[in-house]
Design a protein. Sequence first.
Lengths: 318, 318
Amino acid sequence: MQKKILEYLRKEQEYVSGDQLSHKLGMTRQALWKHIQELRDSGYEIVAVPHLGYRLESAPDRLFAAEIISGLKTKFIGRKIYYYDTISSTMDVAVELGMKSAVDGALIVAEAQTKGRGRLGRIWFSPKYKGIYLSIILRPKILPNQASLLTLLAAVSVCEAVKDVCNLELQIKWPNDLLIKNKKIGGILTELNAEIDKVNFIVIGLGLNVNNDLKSLISQATSLKEENKEAVSRIKLLQEILLRTEDNYLLLQNQGQRIFLEKWRQYSVTLGKRVKVYCQKKHIEGDAVDIDSDGGLLVRRDTGVIEKVLSGDVVHCR
Amino acid sequence: MQKKILEYLRKEQEYVSGDQLSHKLGMTRQALWKHIQELRDSGYEIVAVPHLGYRLESAPDRLFAAEIISGLKTKFIGRKIYYYDTISSTMDVAVELGMKSAVDGALIVAEAQTKGRGRLGRIWFSPKYKGIYLSIILRPKILPNQASLLTLLAAVSVCEAVKDVCNLELQIKWPNDLLIKNKKIGGILTELNAEIDKVNFIVIGLGLNVNNDLKSLISQATSLKEENKEAVSRIKLLQEILLRTEDNYLLLQNQGQRIFLEKWRQYSVTLGKRVKVYCQKKHIEGDAVDIDSDGGLLVRRDTGVIEKVLSGDVVHCR
């Protein structure tokens, strides 16, 4: 019901009389008043003027489902939203929901995570209301060994969205780091549940520093606000991330990986660099020459032999 | 407590006086009597003779945890057991338990499954007390693309156990079918939960027709009892399957896949055959020449080109 009140106030943009509003929504004035109070408690600024009625002045800086849906241009990604104020990790909840047959494109979003995590169990610091912490459940018809492509896809989508909304150029450090001027600003995490020859579902996770202040960031990290010197609308950015992710996902499914890998190359900060890749117990050193069709990194050793690395930690050498 | 009573009766093998037993286990004669009754209700034949005491005559044909543990020679596989009378599918429960950090080697076993399943969502018919329906949770340090090897490993282990306990030769049809004289007798299902570069856990599932009668089998299927013309101890066979699985698993981890793939080749009914492999939308026809180090099937087309197939349905041509 509160969602409907917001929709109505948004559509009108002007004062709406309490009589009109309660009539339209089929409730008493008292019930309406109660809902308005609850919306205000959630942070919505709603002005009430005698004889004029109610008007929505501003929405709070929250990733409420109603806010995300309002103006969202996607077809299926983010059409079903699970919103949490504070959660252990959006990934954990997403995997649980995936097991319980949550729909393709379902979005799990939280204002804060107590156990936000990155690759290989590393921690992702997720302070409240500062960043975007989300997971998307996808059910693509691909083989398990093609799942790496979705990590790259998510990274490209975030770069495009940030460029569009904040006019900032992010870069991708293979396989899953998002950088800006060599400082870490975000990361992608991909988990899958699969049979040997069939993906049941994949969860793409994103942690992105948006409105964090410098003092709340660990060293070598930054946020969009720090770089742009102004706060960013998390809702607007999140909507754009969902849209870009969907566009790239459909591009990948309909036209194959070629066009999409070309996009990835443009944002890559790894290609062309001298790298050391630490992978399980060994490491490989050489020049990062290209990305393979399955998302693996191609490294040319000094012997001239090109090796494909499917996973690992990359250090860019000077 | 019932587990302890059984252990004691098993160890003694002779009549044990009620006084002695209740004293040893620190309970009253009344409490002991109640436990004995409950054991009888579960199908244990326990004789009580005045002035002599209790004696265990026989255990029921059930896969109770206490029965599996008694005499089990493994180090970690099957040391933690989740037993169910009837369950939707041991796979579903195993994946849930895997998410909740169940231990490496945990065994989920059921007397019947209402939604037993095979590869790609196919049904596995699982009538009560007739077969072995189990899932094992493993937490190996491997990459997701090596998971296929565990399907092969489980298949080999079942073949070895059946040979040992029933003196019957099973054959493996790539990737996951167990046959006897070209009739289907069992199947392996492997599911994984993973990051791109780290397996969180793998679940190996087995459905095996053991004491099914011909009339309860679908056509082209058989059971161990049908082939051997006598009932098989499901407990004994299950214990042997767990032991062989653990042995092969340690072999794979310590010595690599070579020795273990050699075992697989011996049981394979696919190698050397003319095959059609249906894989997603296409199919490949040729001669199945070998298995690759990651478990893929190598098929030589008539052009002479050898292709590796990682998944698919195989038809053996005449």
